[in-house]
Design a protein around this ligand. Structure first.
Ligand code: IMP
Length: 184
């Protein structure tokens, strides 16, 4: 097993990453370390700057991950502010903003930022879907109970098995694992 430090306070992200990492021989070790998240519209930029900052402070190979939900009818809101917005208005607030919206399409984006002494690299994943009309299910975290991935009827909150095979994080972490497995 190859190990890598995963800087995050979110245990759900680490659990999801380790389910994926298993088949690639990569193990993610959670580390709590607070780093500034830059203000940017792209999770890619946030992950890149985060990884760079953490490496400069810790001097160990590591990853950070930045992700968000982008709702098309809301001009891609809440995007990189997803965590903050959820804390302020909750899922009920999001559903209220979506009342009477015909277009319920949305997508999650995840960007894994890797940094070590040689380089800073990012790995991205996107999953498209739509916003449910009600909160459904209690698996996972964040916006999972209101997100229905394309091709399915259930929300991620109702079925975490679907999430583990289709999500933005599944895609970004898979890309990272394939690369890291070979990288020495
Ligand atoms: P951050 O990447 O820790 O800045 O937080 C991103 C925020 O986006 C999370 O706190 C969630 O609110 C939301 N989010 C990101 N990924 C997911 C996911 O897989 N499911 C549900 N919500 C997510």
């Amino acid at each position: 097993m190859k190990q890598i430090i995963f800087i995050t306070s979110n245990k759900h992200k680490v659990r999801e990453a380790n389910k994926i990492g298993k088949s690639f021989g990569v193990e993610f070790k959670q580390k709590f370390f607070s780093y500034p998240e830059i203000r940017a519209d792209s999770v890619n930029d946030v992950a890149k700057e985060g990884a760079k900052y953490c490496y400069e402070k810790l001097r160990k190979a590591l990853i950070v991950e930045d992700s968000g939900l982008f709702i098309n009818a809301l001009n891609k809101f809440p995007g990189t502010y997803s965590k903050f917005v959820l804390g302020k208005i909750g899922l009920d607030g999001i559903l209220r903003l979506m009342q009477n919206k015909k277009d319920r399409t949305a997508f999650f984006v995840s960007s894994v930022g890797f940094a070590d002494k040689n380089q800073i690299k990012t790995f991205n994943g996107v999953v498209k879907g739509k916003i449910a009309k009600k909160i459904r299910g209690s698996c996972g975290f964040g916006y999972d109970p209101v997100f229905i991935p394309n091709g399915f009827r259930k929300t991620y909150g109702e079925d975490d098995k679907i999430k583990n095979k289709t999500s933005h994080r599944f895609k970004s972490i898979t890309k990272f694992c394939k690369w890291y497995h070979k990288y020495s």
